[in-house]
Design a protein around this ligand. Sequence first.
Ligand code: NAD
Length: 361
Amino acid sequence: MSTVNIGIIGAGAIAPSLCNALAKHPKAKVVADFDLHAGRQAKLCDQFAIAKRPRSLEELLADDEVDAIYVAVPNKFHVPYTLAALAAGKHVIAEKPFAMNLAEARKVKAAVKKSGKVWMLGMNRRYPTAMQKARALVAKGVIGEAYHAKARWQRRWGCPRLQTWFGHKALSGGGCLLDIGVHMLDQTLFIADNFAPVTCSGSVYGKFGHRGQGEGGWGQSDRDPKMTFDVEDFANAHIRLAKGMSVDLDVSWAAHMPTGNVMETIIYGTEGTLWVGQDEAVAGGKETIRLCTRRRQEFVVDLDPKAKVAYPHCDRFTNFVNAILGKEQPCVTIDQALAVQAILDGIYKSSADRREVRIKL
Ligand SMILES: NC(=O)c1ccc[n+]([C@@H]2O[C@H](COP(=O)([O-])OP(=O)(O)OC[C@H]3O[C@@H](n4cnc5c(N)ncnc54)[C@H](O)[C@@H]3O)[C@@H](O)[C@H]2O)c1
């Protein structure tokens, strides 16, 4: 295959990210987009000179010129559209979260195996240099044994636009845990290279969106009064992993906080600690890394630790195209994605049952 021709499903807020990322890729071309909303489809196609504008999913998937599909629609459609695309012989990159639940996600594993196609989840937060360095440093043993992690993405007043699919469980499957908690969980397990959950105990709360509060400028989806807010806007969990490691997760779309938004993963090790996050004060919101070790009875903080970066392009879509071309391994594997989904399901179950639950992969 000389060029990977891509069709997008969806023309909402996230769809342009693929077009922008691949604009200069010599072997990738966006050839088609399908969206139920003809106006948004036309706008995206005009903006990025996308030639084909099919008016149904079937029409898009029947197009032999399309080699690969980007699934960028509300969460409910991630798995059904992925399965349809794989059955039509296309490679697939799908947006997070993987699925509405683990049972649904498992169907994708079987379909990927049967199809022999490349499948990836677009976990963009694995790719920043800081994240890749942190993983390489843990793998090299720089912090010794990694035994605990704290993962936090807390927005102070950041519910996606209210009365949209984001807050409506039938279309989203869940709230802040599935929307942003999934990123923090995934990046933490990625850095620690530990995708073997054992148990979790979690609680989820809906305290703001239900009252019409907390909207914070995220999301551009169409408002629809039928899209009642019935998901969580705050979640926390304690997760036990194999090898004696544990993770504490805190997520919010909205909360009364004494600080601004926080986004960080801290990995505690026997010989050092790694902090990776967005420090708005220091780096204008860019991901940064700090390695804290102890030398001659002093704590030393290294702001630019040297480490190998496996994907220098730092981009999920480039990784996807290069994987189809046989030039790179996909950074995200299906078993890793299933492990993250299993934890998310476990947190909801634990919250509903008010007890710790065992996680079965
Ligand atoms: N990786 C990230 O950081 C990131 C960021 C934002 C969104 N996302 C994910 O991307 C997905 C889309 O989010 P968004 O912000 O673009 O949403 P959006 O509401 O802006 O856009 C969704 C688009 O899908 C279309 N659509 C809805 N149902 C459809 C269907 N059944 N068939 C075809 N088109 C349909 C809508 O008309 C709309 O244009 C979500 O799953 C979200 O979680 C990921």
